[in-house]
Write a protein that binds this ligand. Sequence first.
Ligand code: 5GP
Length: 187
Amino acid sequence: MGWYDADIDRVIITEEELRAKTAELAKQVAADYASVDGLLLVCVLKGAVMFMADFSRELGKVGGPPAELEFMAVSSYGQGTTSSGVVRILKDLDRDIAGKHVIVVEDIVDSGLTLSWLLKYLESRSAKSVDVVALFRKPEAIKVPVPVKYVGFDIPTEFVVGYGLDYSERYREVPYVGILKPEVYQR
Ligand code: 5GP
């Protein structure tokens, strides 16, 4: 039992389902990028960190091209659990991405506002190609159309935690994805 189990109302996606889906996504990407000599994976901190760690290792195991791992941190101005689309870079890429095949490794596409901004940013830095792999998508919430080539799970428009996703910086270490009990928000 983890300390967090008592705070979870219901599990949406189990560890086993996360593992299986990550392997499936890695296989698709490895097949599509079989002819390139390298990939640059860009993880958006902090929510996508677990997915980045597992996806990159899986990509290697299933025969994907050599990968470089980059991390960015962005903050969208907004209150609480909604996002506004105005994005500030908290941590930029460490290196030049010009001429590289880039894959953005995202945790969740909600309104799509953050991602839409990020794609424009990466293109402005002259990446050779940019694709997105997102573990989760909330289909009803999409406000701007974003081309997400690889999607793990479509989930309902509810606030989820675990596997990197937080509520007030907590619950990121939860190994599965779930919904919090309503009383947690009253604390
Ligand atoms: P968007 O700009 O697409 O609305 O917001 C995307 C970001 O908001 C995600 O990368 C994620 O960090 C955060 N986010 C969106 N939905 C959820 C959610 O249900 N739970 C958590 N913990 N974060 C979320």
